[in-house]
Design a protein around this ligand. Structure first.
Ligand code: SAH
Ligand code: SF4
Length: 358
């Protein structure tokens, strides 16, 4: 069996300082990995040959290989990565805002991007609407495999290390079910000597493991949370997200209220709208009540159908009515525009396509 070397991206700077001596080498290595995006230790020019060789025997730099890429007309790019054990995960490079120029052609601001990264191969939560869930759970990603998705996406898009990047942990898997590796990845990505992506620019999306929301809050990392609520009563929510039995709506709302939220920010509630299931105004009414007292923002998502699903995409009219009800009752609400719709942007769908090809 092939022996898998760990990635250098699994290491926080403090951990690396304990491995390479003298200490300042860790900072230099961080620079090569996160500022220059090098793929091998031989490229680290100011690192002594002996140490380069030593490191190459023990580690790989980037543990991911791009095996597929789908480019959407709106600038969204969906990647399929192969991990060192041959398993695959997806990440998405999302253009949030176009670059802006004045009438003389002077650049006012550059285009803004977000990366959507995976935290597990598959998922244990088993939501009935989610394609990732269909394949069951295979394994957690390591911190390095999470970090490497961000590095690879930036590198592949020639995006300099110091250009602003937002991260959403919203790809395949349930981030809070892999909390230790997630927390480590957040710290590595935040490091001032690395990509320096502030925790304020990182959002963890969760299907609502309420006890883990508390745990994440206690870690005090400063990251935002997005709650995949999707339903306003426990019966429907349990149909959609089976673990709602153990972590019901009330327990999630209570955990959100305890979560340390930046006072200028809002907690995002994702609401996947499914035709004839949760797209009626009476659901919107209940949602307003449920969110009373929380500085919340609701993001309505069109259910994105795939072959074999029992659910349907909602009508635009119903989406707009739902949104209207929320906004007119004081709840901020956006509709997630269909970024990358022509490349099937919902999680799990690219992987499915590739696997059914061969
Ligand atoms: N496990 C976490 C994060 C990954 S899922 C969570 O559930 O929040 C990321 C998002 O993709 C979730 O908000 C989920 O509701 C959404 N999603 C899954 N399947 C979808 C589909 N078929 N159409 C639209 N969104 C989908
Ligand atoms: Fe897992 Fe999120 Fe998909 Fe549910 S929606 S199965 S929690 S990845």
């Amino acid at each position: 069996m092939k022996v898998m070397k760990p990635s250098i991206m699994d290491y926080t700077r403090e951990e690396l300082e304990a491995v390479v001596k003298p200490k300042f080498r860790a900072k230099q290595i961080f620079g090569w990995v996160y500022h220059h995006y090098v793929e091998s230790f031989e490229e680290m020019k100011n690192i002594p040959k002996k140490l380069q060789e030593n490191l190459s025997q023990k580690f790989v730099v980037n543990p991911l290989k791009i095996v597929n890429k789908e480019i959407s007309s709106d600038g969204t790019i969906k990647y399929l990565f192969e991990l060192s054990d041959g398993k695959t995960v997806e990440s998405v490079w999302i253009k949030m805002k176009d670059a802006l120029y004045d009438e003389k052609g002077k650049l006012l601001h550059e285009a803004k991007y977000s990366v959507c990264v995976s935290t597990q191969v598959g998922c244990k939560v088993g939501c009935s609407f989610c394609l990732t869930a269909k394949g069951g759970f295979t394994r957690d990603l390591t911190a390095g495999e999470i970090v490497a998705q961000v590095v690879s996406l930036k590198k592949d898009n020639d995006h300099a290390h110091n250009r602003i990047t937002n991260i959403v942990y919203m790809g395949m898997g349930e981030p809070l079910d892999n909390l230790d590796n997630l927390a480590k990845a957040i710290k590595i990505l935040k490091d001032q000597d690395g990509l320096a992506i502030s925790a304020k620019r990182q959002t963890v999306s969760t299907s609502g493991l309420s006890t883990k929301i508390d745990k994440l809050g206690k870690m005090d990392l400063g990251v935002h949370i997005a709650i995949s609520l999707h339903a306003v009563d426990d019966e429907l929510r349990t149909e959609l997200i089976p673990m709602n039995k153990a972590h019901n709506i009330n327990s999630i709302i209570e955990a959100v209220k305890r979560y340390p939220i930046d006072t200028r920010k809002r907690v995002m509630f994702e609401y996947l709208v499914i035709k004839n299931k949760n797209d009626d105004v009476s659901s919107a009414k209940k949602l307003v009540k449920l969110l009373a007292g929380i500085k919340a923002k609701v993001n309505l998502i069109y259910f994105n159908p795939y072959p074999g699903t029992q659910y349907e995409r909602p009508d635009k009219e119903d989406m707009l009515k739902f949104q209207d009800y929320l906004t007119s009752h004081g709840v901020l609400c956006t509709i997630r525009d269909s970024k990358g719709i022509d490349i099937s942007a919902a999680c799990g769908q690219l992987k499915e396509k590739v696997q059914t090809k061969g």
